[in-house]
Write a protein that binds this ligand. Structure first.
Ligand SMILES: NC(=O)c1ccc[n+]([C@@H]2O[C@H](COP(=O)([O-])OP(=O)(O)OC[C@H]3O[C@@H](n4cnc5c(N)ncnc54)[C@H](O)[C@@H]3O)[C@@H](O)[C@H]2O)c1
Length: 333
């Protein structure tokens, strides 16, 4: 499987390294990025890989069998449509789109292209491959603790990147929680409301209304919380707890080591998502590549999952603009 990667920033370069060093059955054939230095650096250690300035050239190139989109969020829908038109299997980083209309355009084009056949497009919701979340879902689904009644999903980071807005942090960051809560519950989100703290923990918060909480109502009747505190300063800290009728299932922090010294013991928090979710990205990429090679549908999040998450994110933005009212979420048609 010869893969072309669009966008060689933090995420694209990380995917390139994982595909080259840790995923079997694939080669990185090409990358595309308007920044030649980044593109060159991403393929410097990958023999034979080409660097393009233009994503269209990469998508059309006959040496590229499948495309991984890791460009800025706002370009995903347009580039995914180009991949569908070229008939190339595509793994698009989240979000699928920045508006319901764009997501619907991708869905319609995808349906027209593949019908009931093997889907072409999948979405990079890698938490679904994280061993902690997989074990948590399995334990909840076993039913031994009764029905799940509430999920608490917490996402904290050191600092937001430049240019973050109240809208972009929902589509870019909270979208992971927006996907994982209904995945854990096995029930889609039907309504969402948004609330922010008036006290900010980090200087980087600037004019952002953050930390914020989303309340997610799922079709099973459960009410769940999503906390995003992206300028929490102290480290990258993801938490997830599912409260069930007779028990609770939490992911324990995946500390690799604890250091005992000087009459204390400490563990380490990563600075960003890469160390925390390295296994999840690797397992997600391996499943994508293996399934494409075997001619079966990959078990990654689907384009429908991506469109559903976009709908919830758009409804959260609407709630934010209307003072925190619950906004209903329609299923994609
Ligand atoms: N799944 C996850 O956990 C996760 C984590 C981080 C980022 N992401 C996603 O990955 C994507 C990239 O994020 P990032 O942090 O690497 O951003 P980044 O800004 O570091 O990198 C984006 C890259 O895309 C390039 N680019 C800009 N326009 C382009 C175009 N027209 N064609 C090709 N490349 C273009 C930029 O030059 C830059 O190198 C985003 O969509 C983000 O949401 C996902």
């Amino acid at each position: 499987m010869r893969i072309g990667i669009i966008g060689t920033g933090v995420m694209g370069a990380f995917h390139a390294r994982l595909l080259h060093e840790e995923v079997s059955g694939t080669v990185v054939a090409a990358v595309a990025d308007p920044d030649p230095e980044r593109a060159g650096a991403a393929v410097a250690a990958i023999p034979g890989a080409r660097a393009f300035a233009d994503a269209g050239e990469l998508i059309a190139h006959p040496d590229v069998d499948a495309v991984l989109i890791a460009s800025p969020d706002a370009l995903h829908a347009e580039q995914t449509l180009a991949c569908i038109a070229a008939g190339k299997p595509t793994l698009c980083e989240k979000p699928l789109a920045y508006s319901v209309a764009e997501a619907d355009r991708v869905l319609a084009a995808h349906r027209a292209a593949v019908g009931d056949g093997i889907p072409l497009v999948h979405q990079g919701f890698m938490r679904r491959f994280d061993p902690g979340y997989v074990a948590q879902k399995r334990e909840v689904a076993s039913g031994v603790h009764g029905r799940p009644v509430m999920v608490h999903s917490v996402g904290r980071g050191v600092a937001t990147g430049p240019g973050a807005t109240d809208e972009s942090v929902i589509f870019n960051s909270a979208i992971h929680d927006i996907d994982i809560v209904p995945w854990l519950l096995g029930s889609p989100v039907v309504a969402v409301s948004w609330h922010a703290s008036a006290v900010h923990p980090g200087a980087g918060s600037g004019s952002l209304s953050e930390p914020f909480l989303l309340l997610l109502r799922t079709a099973d009747g459960a009410l769940s919380t999503v906390e995003n505190a992206l300028n929490a300063q102290y480290g990258y800290d993801m938490r997830s707890e599912v409260l069930c009728e007779r028990g609770a299932v939490s992911i324990t922090e995946p500390h690799r080591i604890a250091v005992s010294a000087g009459l204390s013991q400490r563990t380490h928090l990563p600075e960003d998502f890469r160390p925390r979710f390295a296994d999840a990205y690797r397992l997600e990429l391996q499943e994508w590549v293996s399934a494409l090679g075997e001619g079966r549908a990959p078990t990654l999040a689907t384009v429908e999952d991506g469109a559903r998450a976009t709908r919830v994110a758009a409804a959260a933005v609407e709630s934010m603009r209307s003072g925190g009212a619950f906004v209903q979420v329609e299923a994609p048609r």
